[in-house]
Design a protein around this ligand. Structure first.
Ligand code: B12
Ligand code: SF4
Ligand code: SF4
Length: 361
């Protein structure tokens, strides 16, 4: 029993029944009304906050499970926000003209550095990885080489279909959720988001690596107007290794974590529309479409496992063709062989240019 000195008028107090010891309304701890209302409001806010947190957690788990069921290996989530540090790095990269002729990289700077400008109301970025590794290689060791990522059906088509299925699932299971699906198709800094979401770290070769699976996977995103449970970044495991930098034949990786894309064989064989500059003669290491050298030498990739996606399997003919057959390839063969493949991006003339360039070196 506590007597409260009644210096404040009695009508400014109310009794809090839950503080009652014996049910008698006179002998309670009493608080000023304002304080009690504040306690109630705070309590309600706390309850709704905890409820939202639990909901965000449950929704995240449900989405991650469905993503795994659809074949995505790693899934992580980040809060959709402005990428302050990366905006500075991207600006420096563009100022140094490291994008070469990829003019699209300089477009939509604001959107690229803030997903909320791409998807209005965006709250979360879900990053997903889709394995494309295969130990299969082209049979003739002297044949001009194609990057493993382009062996089978175009990943834009394969992965986008899976992403759309995931988005549909989210909308059906969780309710009114607005969002969009991306795979290498929009101004989104995909590796940065994957790093923030804890899928892995950006290695010295500038690719996203995971400790368990290496880097032979595509990245994709769902950007949603839904609050989720956010993951955090993981540690960089490159350590003192410099194998990718040492092995890059064109010095495109000119410093750890930094790339002059205009020197990368991938750029020269796929993105560049003009002639390949003569300074790269003798440096292409027989790559006619893309380049995997900085992934092949990476010790983390020793852990890569074969993908489980039948659509990524290469046609027998692609593996069998020897050097001479590639050098004599016709437009008709090209069109048939690369139907539905990412290699179509270079068109016949582009692939022919690359093969001719290799012949001369
Ligand atoms: C443009 C592009 C290219 C260009 C340029 C590559 C590059 N490193 O930027 C070219 C044509 C060369 C290319 C090649 C390849 N690409 Co590509 N490419 C892209 C694309 C469309 C944009 C990348 C980008 O934003 N570059 C701009 C720079 C500034 O961004 P960034 O490198 O991410 O910058 C970060 C770091 O480099 C670092 N950094 C930058 N500056 C500095 C400065 C300092 C001081 C420091 C410390 C750090 C630092 O911090 C930045 C921010 O965190 C993405 C898809 C996408 N929308 O993101 C695919 C993408 C990166 N490519 C992909 C692939 C598969 C490839 C190839 C393997 C294909 C091949 N086999 O030929 C090669 C790999 C070459 C390589 N070592 O990166 C995948 C990578 C998957 C993964 N595991 O990481 C992506 C994500 C496509 C996808 N959806 O799957 N690509
Ligand atoms: S893909 Fe090839 S050329 Fe490009 S950075 Fe890697 S090793 Fe160098
Ligand atoms: S080769 Fe070495 S430095 Fe390069 S990405 Fe792999 S672990 Fe990192």
């Amino acid at each position: 029993m506590v007597d409260i000195p009644r210096k404040i008028p009695a009508e400014k107090y109310i009794n809090l029944p839950f503080l009652s010891k014996n049910g008698s309304s006179k002998k309670y701890f009493t608080f000023p009304i304002v304080l009690q209302i504040l306690i109630i409001i705070f309590g309600l806010l706390l309850i709704s906050y905890l409820f939202l947190l639990e909901n965000a957690y449950k929704n995240t788990q449900v989405i991650k499970q469905k993503a795994h069921d659809l074949g995505f290996e790693e899934v992580g989530v980040s809060k959709a926000e402005f990428l302050d540090d990366e905006a500075k790095k991207l600006e420096a990269w563009l100022n140094n003209n490291h994008q070469g002729e990829m003019a699209y990289m300089a477009n939509h700077f604001d959107v690229r550095t803030d997903p909320r400008k791409l998807v209005p109301g965006a709250k979360s970025v879900i990053s997903l990885s889709y394995n494309y590794y295969t130990e299969t290689t082209q049979e003739d060791p002297k044949a001009p080489k194609i990057s493993k990522y382009a062996y089978g059906r175009d990943y834009h088509k394969v992965v986008r279909k899976k992403l759309k299925a995931l988005l549909k699932f989210v909308q059906e299971e969780i309710g009114e959720v607005d969002g969009r699906a991306f795979v290498d198709s929009a101004p989104v800094m995909e590796r940065v988001w994957a790093q923030k979401s804890g899928l892995g770290w950006i290695g010295k070769n500038t690719l996203l690596l995971t400790k368990r699976k290496g880097s032979y996977f595509f990245l994709a995103e769902l950007i949603l107007d839904l609050e989720l449970d956010y993951d955090g970044p993981v540690q960089d495991h490159c350590g003192s290794c410099t194998k990718c930098i040492d092995a890059c034949p064109t010095d495109a990786i000119y410093a750890p974590y930094q790339m002059d894309a205009s020197k990368c064989i991938s750029y020269l064989t796929i993105e560049l529309k003009d002639k390949i500059p003569s300074q790269f003669k003798g440096k292409m290491k027989d790559w006619m479409y893309g380049c995997d050298i900085c992934q092949e030498v990476c010790p983390i990739n020793a852990k890569s496992k074969n993908h489980q996606e039948p659509q990524f399997n290469p046609k027998e003919e692609l593996l069998r063709k020897d050097r001479q057959e590639w050098e004599e390839i016709t437009e008709e063969v090209f069109t048939k062989l690369f139907e539905g493949s990412a290699v179509k991006r270079t068109k016949f003339a582009g692939l022919k240019r690359n093969i001719e360039f290799l012949k001369k070196t």
